[in-house]
Design a protein around this ligand. Structure first.
Ligand SMILES: C[S@@+](CC[C@H](N)C(=O)[O-])C[C@H]1O[C@@H](n2cnc3c(N)ncnc32)[C@H](O)[C@@H]1O
Length: 240
């Protein structure tokens, strides 16, 4: 085709050609500026993150809705300081498994790591990245419909996962996710959530002290809050 440039150049051995990746990043950011008000169920939330991971490649933090790598690592640092990882780790809503990279880089020891996510694309990509790492595994699972066995892990993390309202009663759905993760982890868990009145446009927030008190009352957990009163994200450690 003399004079005409091909749109795609397919190289031999190229595993997958994703035309969405050719859309300029500026345009992709605009496309994803308007996020959904909520989801009817966790599977729909997984479909939303599938779409994001189709559009944004590699370690582009737009796929995971972080402002950047620093914000993600700062959250991991706070979470692992609050509840040091150990034994069998559960990472609920693991995304691309960045927590595992962080643990290894920091030399934080653990016996095994298991990442669970409702987004099949996230799990496929994370499994590909950690292929050959025998102590790590990933799984597509909705723990609301397929619960985990009590005490099957030691420490658990739910980081940047609970930011959208899910179902008709979002607080009840969130409490069920927290309860099931907490019961699956012998020592305890850390979760992050969003505080009201600190940033415009947040879809789902709870007052830190109220969520902590509710977890103590309903789950019998010992709650510890990490909140500076300014940042919109706070952390809550729940111990048995
Ligand atoms: C913002 S990303 C955070 C990923 C990872 N925790 C991190 O900090 O890099 C949120 C992830 O949680 C997953 N997710 C949301 N709700 C979930 C649920 N109920 N169960 C499992 N995964 C969930 C999404 O599919 C998405 O991959």
């Amino acid at each position: 085709m003399r004079g005409k440039r091909p749109i795609f150049v397919m190289h031999r051995g190229c595993r997958e050609m994703n035309p969405f990746r050719l859309i300029p990043r500026r345009l992709k950011r605009r496309m994803f500026r308007y996020t959904p008000a909520g989801f009817p169920d966790p599977a729909s939330c997984g479909a939303f993150y599938d779409a994001r991971s189709t559009l944004f490649s590699g370690d582009d933090m737009m796929a995971l809705e972080y402002s950047g790598t620093d914000a993600q690592r700062h959250l991991f640092e706070r979470a692992t300081s609050l509840l040091p990882p150990g034994g069998r780790i559960l990472d609920l809503g693991c995304g691309l498994g960045h927590l595992l990279i962080y643990l290894d880089e920091k030399g934080l020891s653990y016996e095994s790591y298991h990442g669970i996510d409702v987004s099949p694309r996230m799990v496929t990509e994370a499994s590909r990245r950690f292929e050959g790492k025998t102590c790590a595994s990933f799984e597509v699972r909705d723990i609301l419909t397929e619960p985990l066995a009590p005490g099957s892990f030691d420490t658990g993390y739910i980081l940047s996962v609970l930011g959208y309202p899910i179902g008709d009663d979002p607080v009840a759905t969130m409490m069920e996710i927290i309860e099931r993760t907490f019961s699956a982890c012998r020592e305890g868990i850390v979760l992050s959530h969003l505080a009201p009145g600190r940033k415009e446009g947040l879809k789902f927030t709870t007052v830190p002290e109220e969520l902590g008190a509710r977890c103590e009352e309903e789950l019998g957990a010992k709650a510890q809050i990490d909140d500076d009163g300014v940042a919109f994200t706070y952390l809550l450690a729940l111990r048995h």
